[in-house]
Ligand binder design. Structure first.
Ligand SMILES: [Mn+2]
Length: 450
C-alpha cells in the first residue's frame, strides 16, 4: 500500500512539475507580468514629469522570420503584436495602447485588436486603433510643446542600443546601408505630424531603469541560464570527432526552442581547433577533429531575456595536458574575477583586473591573448544597457568571460552570468557544466547537469 501511495505521490509530483514547466512557455501574460509592465510604465511616467512620450513597437517583419517585439516596447507593455504604439501622458499619468485591428483568419490567425480583450490581456485601460494615433497626438501636444521619443532604438534581436540602429552607424558601415534608422523615421514622422513640436530623447531614463533588474527580470534571466545549461549539456553529448560545428549548434538550438526560448540571444559561435581563437567566429561549418578543443558561445533568449554562456571542451571527451592547464588557469582567473565583483566596482576595473591576472599567470607574451573585455551588461539584450564606468549596484547583471588565446592557433573562454547583490555577486549560470572533471564525466555519459 505504501508503495502504491508513494507511486501516486511520485506521479502527482511529476505531473505537477511538468504542468508547471508547460505553463512557463504558454503564450500570454500572467498577472505578475502585467504588474511588472505597469511598474515600468509608472517609473517612466515619474521620469517624464508633466511631459508626453510615445513609444513605437516593431513593424511587421519583411523577412518572414518570427515576429519579435523591440525590447523597449516589450518592457513597457508585454505586447507582441506588430505596429503597436504606446502613449504616456505625464500630466495625468495615463497610458494608451494603440493596436492594429481585426484578425487575419487566413494567413496569421488571431490578433488582439483594441477593446476589452486587449484591456484585460495587457492591463492598460485605454486601447485604440493605430490609425487614431496622429489625431490623438495632435490633441495632446500643440505647437510650442514637447514630445518624448526613444532616440536609440535597439535592433529586433539582441545587440545593445549602442551597437545597432544608431544614427552614427555610418561611421562603421557605408552610408547606403543605413540611409535612415527607425528612430529617424519616427522622428521625421512626428515632426511632420506635429508642426512646431520639439521631439526630445527619453533613452537615458529607460537605460537607467533597465540597467537595474527587478526580481521578475532576474527570474527570466535565471530561466534563460537554466535553459542554456540544458543546451550545453546536449552540446557536450553531441560532440565527437567528425561532426560538423553546426551539428553541435543544432543540438543546442533544439533544446533552447524545446524549452520555450524561441529566439537565440545571438547567432551561435561554435568553433573547433583554430576557430576557437576567433572571438566571434560566425561560420560554424568546419569538421571537429580529434585533437581539437571546441568553444561554444551561445545563449537563449527566453521571453525577451538573454543568457550568454561560453564553454570550451575537448572534442574527444578528455582534455589533453596542455589544454587542461590553460583551461584550469582560465577558470582560476574567472573565479578571481567573480570574487572581485560587488557594488561599487566598474566594468573597467574588472577588465583591468582580468588583464593583470592574465599577465601574472604568464599569458601576456607575444602571440598570446587579445585581452577582450571580460564583462558586459546582460538583460533584454545580450549586450544590455549600462555604462562602462558606472559603479555596479545590486540588481545589475553582467557576464564574466575571460579568454586565453594563442593567436591563430587555439583558445579557451569560459563565460558565466552573474547578478550583483548587496554583498557581492551570485552566479546565475552555475548549472552549466564547467569543472573539467564534470565536463569529462558528462561527455563520457556518466555525468549529470545537476
Ligand atoms: Mn558575452
Amino acid at each position: 500500500m505504501r508503495k502504491i501511495l508513494s507511486l501516486i505521490l511520485l506521479c502527482g509530483t511529476v505531473l505537477f512539475f511538468s504542468c508547471l514547466s508547460y505553463s512557463q512557455i504558454a503564450v500570454g501574460l500572467s498577472e505578475e507580468d502585467r504588474a511588472e509592465f505597469a511598474r515600468h510604465r509608472a517609473a517612466l511616467l515619474a521620469c517624464l514629469g508633466d511631459e508626453v512620450a510615445v513609444i513605437f513597437g516593431e513593424a511587421v517583419r519583411e523577412d518572414s522570420l518570427r515576429f519579435r517585439q523591440n525590447n523597449t516596447f516589450y518592457y513597457f507593455t508585454g505586447v507582441e503584436i506588430p505596429c503597436a504604439a504606446l502613449v504616456l501622458d505625464g500630466r495625468d499619468d495615463s497610458a494608451a495602447l494603440y493596436l492594429m485591428g481585426g484578425n487575419d483568419n487566413i494567413w496569421t490567425g488571431k490578433r488582439i485588436g483594441p477593446g476589452p480583450e486587449a484591456v484585460a490581456e495587457f492591463g492598460i485601460a485605454v486601447t485604440k486603433y493605430v490609425h487614431e494615433l496622429p489625431a490623438d497626438l495632435q490633441n495632446l501636444v500643440h505647437a510650442g510643446g514637447r514630445i518624448g521619443l526613444v532616440f536609440t532604438l535597439e535592433p529586433p534581436i539582441a545587440g545593445s542600443p549602442g551597437e545597432a540602429w544608431r544614427d552614427s552607424s555610418t561611421q562603421y558601415y557605408p552610408p547606403w546601408y543605413y540611409h535612415q534608422t527607425p528612430t529617424q523615421r519616427y522622428r521625421a514622422w512626428l515632426e511632420s505630424t506635429l508642426p512646431g513640436v520639439t521631439v526630445f530623447d527619453i533613452t537615458t531614463y529607460i537605460m537607467e531603469m533597465r540597467s537595474v533588474k527587478s526580481d521578475w527580470e532576474i527570474a527570466r534571466i535565471t530561466e534563460a541560464c537554466r535553459i542554456a545549461g540544458e543546451g550545453f549539456a546536449a552540446a557536450l553529448q553531441a560532440t565527437e570527432p567528425g561532426v560538423y560545428e553546426y551539428e553541435i549548434e543544432a543540438a543546442t538550438t533544439g533544446v533552447y526552442v524545446r524549452e520555450g526560448a524561441l529566439y537565440p540571444s545571438f547567432s551561435a559561435i561554435v568553433g573547433a581547433g583554430k576557430n576557437t581563437a576567433i572571438l566571434h567566429y560566425p561560420e560554424a561549418a568546419a569538421v571537429v577533429k580529434k585533437k581539437d578543443l571546441v568553444l561554444m558561445d551561445y545563449g537563449p533568449d527566453y521571453r525577451y531575456y538573454s543568457a550568454d554562456i561560453t564553454r570550451t571542451w575537448p572534442a574527444k571527451g578528455k582534455f589533453s595536458k596542455k589544454h587542461r592547464k590553460v583551461y584550469e588557469d582560465c577558470l582560476e582567473i574567472q573565479e578571481q574575477l567573480i570574487s572581485f565583483i560587488k557594488p561599487g566596482v566598474t566594468l573597467r576595473q574588472i577588465a583591468d583586473k582580468n588583464k593583470a591576472l592574465m599577465q601574472d599567470m604568464g599569458y601576456g607574451g607575444v602571440g598570446i591573448n587579445y585581452f577582450h573585455g571580460p564583462s558586459h551588461y546582460l538583460g533584454m539584450s545580450v549586450h544590455d544597457v549600462g555604462l562602462y564606468d558606472a559603479p555596479l549596484v545590486p540588481g545589475c547583471v553582467i557576464t564574466v568571460e575571460p579568454g586565453i588565446y594563442y593567436k591563430g592557433k587555439w583558445g579557451v573562454r569560459i563565460e558565466d552570468n552573474v547578478l550583483v547583490t548587496s554583498k557581492g555577486c551570485r552566479v546565475l549560470s552555475d548549472m552549466v557544466p564547467k569543472d573539467p572533471d564534470e565536463i569529462e564525466a558528462l561527455m563520457a555519459g556518466t555525468g549529470n547537469t545537476r
